[in-house]
Design a protein around this ligand. Structure first.
Ligand code: ADP
Ligand code: MG
Length: 817
């Protein structure tokens, strides 16, 4: 067998080296071609011989494979080797232990394949199972170790049979008196009578007649599940079961992990595999946390935490395991975020602007209103940032309608007055256009506009008598004609445009600024972090101001945007009214229509939002189109309706919005794309269909579209189906008008994933950590800051593993900063 043994050794070495074909000098193929014949001679079993021939090692082309292909090839060969070596290896046998303790410290069988090996190295995981796990993003042993249970079922309290109570989750251990295939209902199942010294109980498994084969009379069995009553007798219905034998209990008699599964993966199998993996591989995990932090925060070491999160000794250990692992996630997040901030603030000096109070006051005097106190405060915070030679990095949060645009305009003007260019990026063309119009309106109060308008009429304007030199402002959106765009690009590059307002068209490669000094990003939650950094990279280490109307609770903002300083406009301009909100029953739709009709008759406008269709803009668009047709034909034949959805081409969308804003439409039927930030002063009614499908923050955004002038605004929520929870959630909308409170509620009720949707790309995964857990957040943040102060680049020897972990966690978005 020596040929086989050295084959295994060499392959294991090769795998540890990351399948780089460096295990044997001259390459693996050469070795295999030489050795295959000799290995073949040592195999007697015809079945195994057949398998060997199928591997065709004598003509292997391993060297020409990609790493993935090499891994798969490797898994195949190991599969075969396992079959070959099984009879000799299993003979020792393990001691019988029926304890619920995991043996993390002494793995029963240390496995040596690297953690990056495909999960097929785990006994029983076939390539078809591998595919199912891939759907859960579990591909390697490392992934499987980090495939955490969602929760546990507590089968740890064992009772004697006579102590079992109806209606509770319990576990008992007994002897099988009798087991047989039985007809249950009108299907075949398994029935067993299990007894101990206190009595006996019937257990039944519906639709699983094959189980009977496993249940030998007199075998010891553990049953876990709810005890019911059948004809006055206690009975276990389809309980978890486990024969008491040579293995540690994993399905019963303990806290049993419940994993998130996918089609074709069954809990019992998955538990078997995770147990094998934990036992076999957890020892290979090296702990990257400095021991000082572990001691100070009283954290478990990593292998123990991983072992315990899967098979905890008890609730306390489960909590501690979770505590350690979520600490890791938050710490890595914080460290990454702090490093980004440092990199981009300190890698190069920022531009210190001179603040010209005269310009600012002149601008403010021309506004038809006074700034609120909150606006004034925030303006000052921003100006203070702009003054110093360090790039600003600020998040400006403010309720819908709190007046962020004016503040942004002042910052942009300051940049222009300093001879720098400023850019304002909005998530949609309609919003960009609106900003452009508004800012131009503000400016025309002060400066005098030149009639001159090339290229792309209306998309570039010039104001005199305001700054010491003419001020040029341009709109850059995707729907400009090619020639206009090109000419605009040229002007931006030559520095002939001072303020550029646009969509993500601004961050395209072709756009080069002569001297970008300030970038403002509106409605940040619509943008990924990557886009944010793309704008930053447009040169000269510009100041960055990010604006959002999605109120992010402070703790969460610190974590997700820890690289940004935070300003909040927590006050609405005076006279703003609260949008009256009502949650209706589905059958009250007619009343809502009648109300809408009356409002339109009084010269108001209305939105009707169609239900959110998860994951499919196409279906959503189709549903909206159907609804639009129905409403136009059957409900409001004499009103003017418009349709807006995400599948429409940009210019068409802009056209509809323009018509609506201009008052040429009475009702806008729209999917959820109806732009955040859209300002249509005459709109007074917002009807949201399928309201229960939206998050509270999103509903709050919707209703922010109406009641934007003196007239009362109304928001009518019409759910499709109203579960008690949905009703409770929607009723909050009637009572609560503070966006922050609603955001907190949203977070609590739906979790951060929902909260941010899919837009929040570019951040490491948080699998366990809860952004609502203030204490953990603060702990992680404190430790991250301490570390960062002591060893900002994590250069010290004891921080190397942590540094490596950090770069892995953030690797998906290596271009982030
Ligand atoms: P948002 O913060 O939602 O972006 P906007 O900047 O669009 O809000 O402002 C909403 C409206 O309120 C605009 O019409 C704007 O001119 C007006 N506005 C801004 N600040 C004030 C203020 N201090 N007093 C009165 N109206 C204001
Ligand atoms: Mg806005």
């Amino acid at each position: 067998m020596t040929g086989i043994d050295s084959l295994r050794n060499i392959l294991e070495l090769e795998r540890r080296k990351g399948c780089t074909d460096r295990a044997v000098i001259g390459g693996l193929d050469k070795y295999l071609h030489n050795q295959a014949g000799q290995i073949r001679q040592s195999i007697n079993d015809p079945q195994l011989l057949k398998g060997f021939d199928e591997l065709d090692l004598a003509r292997s082309v391993y060297g020409s494979y990609s790493v993935d292909e090499r891994n798969r090839w490797m898994a195949n060969v190991f599969d075969w080797l396992d079959k070959l070596q099984k009879p000799t290896e299993t003979s020792g046998g393990q001691e019988a232990v029926a304890s619920s303790r995991t043996a993390a410290a002494q793995p029963r069988q240390k496995r040596k394949e690297g953690l990056d090996s495909p999960i097929t190295v785990v006994k029983g995981i076939s390539t078809s199972v591998e595919k199912k796990f891939a759907k859960l993003n579990v591909r390697t042993v490392h992934d499987l170790l980090h495939f955490f249970p969602r929760r546990y079922v507590d089968y740890s309290q064992k009772k004697s049979i006579s102590e079992l109570i109806e209606g509770e989750d319990q576990t008992t251990i007994g002897t099988i008196w009798q087991a047989r295939v039985a007809t249950l209902g009108n299907r075949q199942g398994t029935e067993a009578i299990v007894g101990d010294e206190t009595g006996n109980i019937r257990a039944v498994w519906f639709n699983q007649p094959y189980l009977a084969r496993n249940f030998r009379t007199n075998a010891r069995i553990v049953l876990g599940g709810t005890v019911g009553l059948f004809k006055g007798h206690k009975v276990f219905e389809s309980p978890e079961w486990e024969l008491l034998g040579d293995k540690e209990l994993i399905h019963t008699g303990r806290l049993v992990p419940v994993y998130p599964l996918t089609q074709g993966l069954y809990p019992r199998q998955v538990r078997k595999w995770t147990k094998e993996t934990v036992d076999g591989y957890v020892w290979q995990l090296s702990d990257f946390l400095p021991s000082e932090i572990k001691t100070r925060c009283q954290l478990l070491d990593l292998p123990t935490a991983i072992a315990q999160i899967h098979y905890p000794d008890d609730q306390t250990m489960a909590a501690r395991a979770r505590g350690r692992l979520s600490f890791d996630e938050l710490l890595l997040l914080q460290l990454g975020v702090l490093a980004k901030k440092r990199d981009w603030q300190e890698s190069q000096p920022g531009n210190a602007f001179h603040i010209d109070q005269e310009i600012i006051s002149r601008f403010l005097q021309c506004l038809p209103f006074n700034l609120t106190r909150a606006q004034e405060r925030v303006l000052q915070e921003i100006l203070d940032d702009l003054k110093i030679p360090k790039a600003m990095s600020r998040l400006l949060q403010g309720e819908v309608g709190s007046g962020k645009t004016v503040i942004a305009t002042l910052a942009l003007l300051t940049a222009a007055a300093n001879g720098y260019q400023g850019a304002l990026m909005a998530p949609t063309e309609v919003l960009a256009e609106q900003h452009y119009t508004n800012i131009c309106n503000y400016l025309s109060q002060i400066g005098s506009q030149e009639p001159h308008c090339a290229p792309g009429e209306g998309t570039i304007r010039r104001y005199r008598k305001f700054l010491s030199k003419p001020l040029t402002i341009a709109l850059l959106i995707g729907s400009l004609s090619g020639a206009d765009k090109e000419s605009l690009h040229g002007r931006i590059k030559q520095g002939k445009v001072d303020i550029v307002i646009g969509t993500h068209a601004i961050i395209q490669k072709e756009v080069e600024f002569k001297k970008l000094g300030l970038a403002v990003i509106d409605e940040q939650h619509r943008f990924g972090v990557l886009q944010r950094s793309a704008l930053r990279q447009k040169g000269f280490n510009p100041h960055v101001l990010v604006m959002t109307a999605t109120p992010i609770p402070r703790t969460m903002a610190l974590t997700l945007y820890g690289d940004l300083d935070l300003s909040v406009i927590d006050e609405l301009p005076p006279g703003r009214q609260v949008v009256k909100t009502k949650c209706l029953e589905p059958q009250d739709r007619e009343k809502a229509y009648a109300f809408l009709y009356r409002q339109v008759s009084n010269g108001r406008q209305a939105f009707i939002i169609c239900p959110l269709i998860e994951e499919s803009e196409i279906l959503e668009a189709r549903a909206a189109t159907t609804e639009y047709e129905r409403l136009s034909r059957e409900v409001f034949p004499d009103l003017r309706l418009g349709l807006l959805h995400g599948q429409m081409p940009g210019p068409e969308k802009a056209e509809v919005m323009r018509n609506f804003r201009g008052g040429d439409l009475d009702i806008l039927v729209s999917t959820s794309v109806v732009e955040v930030g859209i300002d249509v002063p005459r709109a007074s009614v917002m009807i949201v269909e399928g309201a229960e499908r939206f998050g509270l923050s999103q509903l709050h955004q919707f209703r922010g579209r109406v009641g934007r002038d003196k007239e009362q605004g109304y928001c009518l929520l019409i759910p499709e189906k109203l579960s008690p929870e949905a009703r409770e959630r929607l009723c909050l909308m009637e009572r609560v008008h503070n966006g922050f409170t609603l955001a907190e509620k949203d977070l609590e009720l739906r979790g951060p994933g929902e909260f941010f949707g899919t837009h929040q790309s570019g951040l490491p995964d948080l699998k366990l950590a809860k952004l609502t857990d203030l204490r953990s957040l603060e702990l992680a943040r404190r430790e991250a800051m301490t570390l960062f102060q002591k060893d900002p680049d994590l250069k010290k020897a004891e921080h190397q593993p942590l540094r490596q972990q950090l770069s892995q966690a953030w690797s998906k978005d290596a271009e982030w900063s």
